[in-house]
Design a binder for this molecule. Sequence first.
Ligand SMILES: Cc1ncc(COP(=O)(O)O)c(C=O)c1O
Length: 403
Amino acid sequence: MYGHQSAALLPASVPQFFTRARGALLWDADGAEYIDYLCAYGPSLLGYAFGPVEEAAARQQASGDAMTGPSPVMVELAEALVSMVSHADWAMFCKNGSDATSMAVMVARAATGRSKILCAENTYHGAAAWSTPRLAGTLPEDRAHIVYYRHHDPDSLRGALQRHAGDVAGVMATSFRHETFRDQEPAPAEFAWAARRLCDEYGALLILDDVRAGFRLARDSSWEVLGVRPDLSAWGKCIANGHAISALLGSDTARAGAASIFVTGSFWFAATAMAAGLETLRHIRETDYLEQIALRGARLRQGLDEIAARRGFCLAQTGPPQMPQILFENDPDFRIGYGFTDACIRRGLYLHPFHNMFLSAAHDDGIIDRSLEAADAAMADLATRCTDLEPHPGALARLGLGR
Ligand SMILES: Cc1ncc(COP(=O)(O)O)c(C=O)c1O
């Protein structure tokens, strides 16, 4: 098993294969049920198999999916996204987040006639040769024009722009700092403002990678609340509530560049996911899903803090409550976090020891109550086993602590 959905880096109790998912629940291949806080690593926003979206998808599927050209639903979906995302004047569709970020890189280069793309160190933008976190199978040439700056550091960004003045096509940023194995950090408004100003000063396009956080922080692009509009934004994961589609949105500044590149895929224009996207966007606009997810995330966070305090642990809970990162203080090799995840999995609660998690609108109060009950029992168990815990070899290797 490859990529981020491999269970190899997780406690041995974490299942690898699943057969069913409904609402906030997931069943593994042995039939065990879990309350799932990964939401397929983001795509489930309204809950797995959400009725209205599935019905819209089924209707479209019955009349045509992958056809010789797109359905008019593609235009409706583009219009819906452009009407919701303030910076966007046009949309292009593809299948995965990696497609959308790679297309952003191409559009930025085509629009500016320049080479360099500036990315924050250690930030995940997908698994293409220019972005994949592991270098095996890639060439130095694949990222010869990728330049790294320090996260949320305007001086580092300015330095990179100065060093490559006249050759920077785009600056990539993420909604917030959401790396694995560390606390999450909101993007400081000062950084977002500086990034916008510097891109304008140096003639580079500002690209916001909203693949992970899109529509979980705002009904617009994530930096809109900071008053910053990118030139390009990459979307994926939840925009069709689990159906396979991603998007690149752009402003008129980048329109000619976007129109000039050649990009396509056999399944990029399939209509079922587009119909699912259209219905998902309707729910995003017309319901309070976002406020509900944030409230439930805050309840979970507070409940976990209370349980931890009672059981003698101290949690580091960071990130927006609707995309929580749950780590333990004083746990440098993550053995406590792994022990907790293991104890939770055994009680039907699917948490992650080092990756940010996701809530969906199906995580209602009853699900949060059940989650807190399971977490309490898991922490009681953990308290009795604390001195016997061993670090996970895979985690040690990732942390550079291998023996
Ligand atoms: C910020 C970010 N960008 C890009 C991607 C790549 O998306 P995908 O896995 O759909 O290719 C991800 C996936 O996790 C992501 O979190």
